[in-house]
Design a protein around this ligand. Sequence first.
Ligand SMILES: *Cc1c(COP(=O)(O)O)cnc(C)c1O
Length: 405
Amino acid sequence: MPGFELFGPEERKEVNDVLETGIYMRYGFDGPRKGIWKSKELEAAICETFGVKYAQLTSSGTSALSTALAILGIGFGDEVIMPTFTFVASFEAVLSVGAIPVLVDVDETLTLDPASVRRAITPRTKCVMPVHMCGSMADLDALQAICKEHQLILLEDACQSIGAQYKGKALGTIGHAGTFSFDFVKTITCAEGGAVLTNSEDLYIKADGYTDHGHDHAGVDRGADLHPFIGYNYRISELHAAVGLAQIRKLDKFLAIQKKNHQQLKAILSTVPEITFRQIPDPAGDSCTFLSWFLPTEAITRSLVAELKEQGILPGNFYWFDNNWHYYRKWTHLHQGASLNRLNDEQQAALKRLSPEAFPVSDRVIGRCISTAISLAWTEEQLKEKGEKIVAAVKKVLSREKAAV
Ligand SMILES: *Cc1c(COP(=O)(O)O)cnc(C)c1O
């Protein structure tokens, strides 16, 4: 799964280039930096690799989302439709710009259910934010059609799906804007970092300024820049961009390993008829960072999780239903509006309506789901052993279940 598994001399070389000049900032210092522009180089590599016109690097995936929402004009009182299954960063970003996160059910794609999105639209809805969870995609044709029909913005949170595609186009490049995360556990890493992707020059110029205090980057030096709008500091450093530059050159290799391992593990789990798999709108475009699969009931899934834990083989198998960070049920701080400073009244009112039992349809999906992380480091034997142990545990739990009825 994550690029840090294959960290090596390539990353070290890129970082050393920056250490040798001592210019850690991405802007300015044109003389002393001696032609070393890692952030600019990485942005160009992102455009080239993912087939998008513009990329703006940021300090994190979360700041990339905040930036994307702001440059798309989303703010106070606007509703943003997002899924019940995502990383907390998605709602944090919505709250950060003053907007209201509106949670909506997921289906067996583990992403937004288009019919539920339709039902959640109100006159205040401004944006639909699918989150391409665990390496694979939402039904973008359906979501694009809804956005067109209702004149809504489509913002793709592709933080977890770098390198995945939908019908030949990279995830993150299909909506009005998209975001990547390069945090330490993502497909490729900068240690910390993110990116906003867009094909709109206007949005890109806004992202370029917004992430750097509103600088228009048109002056002869930073002090001479003008500030056409308010911005913040969401800059990436040259050291982080250097790591990412080495990583993006390895992306094809990472994806090839993931796809091979995913296919082999899926073949092993497929021998159990009770196991079914995540629906993937375009299977050829899956980046294969995870293999996500279902058991028939929540009770059986819980028994399996307990069994895997007892055998010491749970790590790497994620039961999101009980997870504090990736599923709405345990986002108690969101339900309670537990903010250190005052949220705006409309946000507070919207959060009051949330509860941990509000989405039984999602619960029936996520309650039966396990995602197995695909490692880049597995040997063939390790993969086989891992798969066979899971299969044996599933069979044990299923036969116990049968004996009980
Ligand atoms: C990781 C992640 C983010 C945020 O990225 P950071 O770089 O950790 O801030 C946002 N959304 C999703 C779905 C993620 O997995």
